[in-house]
Design a protein around this ligand. Structure first.
Ligand code: ZN
Length: 130
């Protein structure tokens, strides 16, 4: 077996990547929150903008549903990021939670909050579909 954990240097690097990712995700979440608030205000009868909005009422609903979905996705991502940060502090970051191998660097560069290696991720996705 090779080394069991990433070096402190590499962990530090991923920590800053994850913190940046977390900052962006929180921003997106608050943006979506604002959009939703605005949407519901229009719905309760802001008459000045009502006539303009009447035509897009359908799109507004779709827009809100999309935001709700996006919000859900972002919250999931945020949880994954927080989880990964904890793993950095526990020095178990970068290890697949299922089979225990190191997740390749190329994968972590794209998805720094990945919990599984590519093989296990594929298996997980399949299990979820069933
Ligand atoms: Zn794995």
């Amino acid at each position: 077996m090779p080394e069991k954990q990433l070096s402190d240097e590499v962990l530090k690097e991923y920590e800053s990547i994850l913190l940046e990712e977390k900052r962006i995700t929180l921003e997106v979440i608050s943006d979506i929150g604002l959009a939703q608030k605005k949407g519901s205000k229009d719905g309760t009868g802001d008459l000045s903008s009502y006539s303009i909005h009447l035509a897009d009422q359908g799109t507004d609903t779709i827009e809100m549903e999309k935001n709700a979905y996006l919000g859900e996705e972002q919250l999931k991502k945020l949880r994954a990021i927080n989880f990964s940060l904890r793993k950095i502090y526990e020095k178990t970051f970068g290890i697949c939670e299922i089979c225990g191998i190191f997740i390749p660097n190329e994968r972590l560069r794209i998805i720094p909050y990945a919990r599984f290696c590519v093989d296990c991720e594929a298996k997980e996705q399949k299990n979820k579909k069933r």
